[in-house]
Design a protein around this ligand. Structure first.
Ligand code: ZN
Ligand code: MN
Length: 494
């Protein structure tokens, strides 16, 4: 990310806290039996009286959602309080059919957690998590010309809200935090964290703090709502903090404002826009949901969920670094997605490939191809053992890295094994010294100027001759043999 570079000298500190809303990976909704797999379904096809908020309909909590919510809290190092309950958060909006959202107010499912994020300049920084509570997602508005349509398929989908302390001090740290929460929840198996589908969003609270004369100024924050990518998080924080600073310098409204404002983010203009001032409203009149009872999670169940937690990203990174000698950078990229990390371990484990080579090919060509085709790591088109096969051909000197790139592209397109492609196209590297020696001799005889230059002390002339030999052999000559034969012949003969 661009903001990960050296920190530019800023005349103010940035203070950021993040609220993460993320749907849990349940089959059905939070309080009814409708399918929670709403993405792509025909509008209003996954609804019932409960999630449409019809009068008299009664909510029944989804046990799986509660288990996933507790698991998420445990993965984020939270405590699970003795008792928890649901509350009504009252507000009117067309995508909220009941006129309130069932959420949790004073007794959330999880409290007092933390995550460690990579700190700028090395090491880690601990970000505190204040709470994580369960609620239900809203419907979706689709705005047209002069009208709006509402789709209630998403209404009532289990939603986890994770609230951090204002512990981040830059856009880059905010992105690192968002990435850490994302990968933690994916690893914990509680959510697929589908940002691109609107099934996960970030609200970021941004403020600035600075000295003015003998005073410390810390004006009210801006809440940037509904950021749906890590890039948006980064850009919105950079923009909004700078905007607050400039507004202060210009004697703008921030100097007299008493409460926070809510703003939206427009990726097209790269700017925030005012949504509402908090002085005006924001009294949700929370009260306990009368249709649901308070709930005391059994300690045995909490213990069982804790035991069932799989290896978390930080642990896996440390293990990969130790077990395979990977760099921190490679480990971080590979672990960013469990499918990618599993893929790597198969290529090296079952496939017997060299760990460093496997890491290079996965973080390079494989990730490139995934990005280009908008495919998730779980759907990589080349099997781990096929990639191991390709790496084996390179390691044994049967094909060059350059040719391997072409073979890789062909594997991706056709699904064929590397060996099959290499045999079909006759790409196997020529290591036979007699054959290569013949070409080397031809080139030396023809390129009299380069030969003279080299013998006259211009070492770079060797590269020109090397290039000629590789060209004549269509890239199939073993470069190590070419180099050795060239230098031998040039330094020996007169
Ligand atoms: Zn329903
Ligand atoms: Mn919420």
């Amino acid at each position: 990310m661009s903001a990960r570079g050296p920190v530019a000298a800023r005349p103010f500190e940035i203070v950021v806290g993040i609220e993460t809303h993320v749907e849990l990976a349940t089959g059905s909704k939070m309080f009814c039996g409708c399918s929670a797999r709403w993405f792509g379904a025909p509008p209003n096809s996954l609804t019932c009286p409960v999630c449409l908020g019809l009068p008299g309909a009664l909510p029944v909590p989804n046990r799986r959602a509660i288990e996933l919510g507790i698991t998420a809290g445990l993965a984020l190092h939270c405590e699970v309080p003795a008792g928890t309950k649901f509350d009504r958060k009252n507000y009117m909006y067309p995508d909220l059919p009941k006129g309130y959202q069932i959420s949790q107010f004073d007794l959330p499912l999880s409290v007092n957690g933390w995550v460690d994020i990579p700190a700028e300049g090395g090491g880690t920084k601990r970000v505190r998590i204040i709470r994580a509570h369960l609620e239900e997602d809203t419907g979706k508005l689709l705005h047209g010309q002069g009208h709006a349509l509402v789709d209630f398929n998403r209404s009532g989908t289990p939603l986890l809200e994770v609230v951090s302390a204002p512990d981040m001090s830059s856009a880059a740290e905010a992105v690192a935090y968002a990435e850490t929460v994302r990968e933690t929840l994916i690893y914990a198996g509680v959510s697929e964290f589908r940002l691109e589908e609107g099934a996960a969003r970030f609200d970021t609270n941004v403020s600035i703090r600075f000295r003015e004369g003998s005073e410390t100024r810390w004006p009210p924050q801006s809440e940037v709502k509904n950021l749906n990518s890590l890039r948006a998080v980064e850009q919105a924080i950079a923009h909004e903090s700078q905007r607050l600073w400039e507004d202060w310098q210009a004697g703008g409204e921030i100097r007299t404002r008493k409460a926070k404002i809510t703003v939206g983010w427009s990726p097209d203009t790269g700017r925030t826009f005012l949504q509402r001032r908090k002085e005006e409203a924001e009294d949700y009149r929370y009260f306990p949901e009368p249709d649901l009872v308070t709930y005391a999670p059994a300690r045995e169940m909490v213990g069982a969920l804790r035991t069932a937690l799989p290896e978390m990203p930080a642990e896996r990174r440390a293990r990969l670094a130790k077990q395979y000698g990977l760099s921190d950078y490679d480990a971080r990229i590979l672990v960013s997605d469990p499918a990618l990390a599993a893929y790597f371990e198969k290529v090296v484990g079952e496939g017997g490939a060299d760990a460093k080579a496997a890491a290079n090919w996965i973080t390079g060509p494989i990730l490139g191809a995934l990005r280009e085709n908008a495919i998730r790591p779980a759907d990589i088109r080349i099997w781990p053992l096929q990639l191991a096969g390709l790496l084996g051909l390179i390691a044994s000197g049967q094909i060059s890295t350059t040719i391997a790139r072409d073979v890789f592209a062909e594997m991706w397109a056709s699904g064929k094994d590397a060996t099959t492609i290499v045999d079909e196209k006759g790409l196997r590297q020529v290591s036979d010294e007699t054959a290569i020696g013949q070409v080397v001799d031809e080139v030396i005889a023809a390129e009299t100027k380069a030969v003279a230059d080299y013998r006259g002390g211009n070492a770079r002339a060797l590269e020109a001759l090397f290039g000629k030999v590789m060209g004549k052999t269509k890239g199939k000559a073993d470069p190590r043999v070419v180099r050795r034969l060239l230098t031998d012949r040039l330094t020996a003969g007169g």
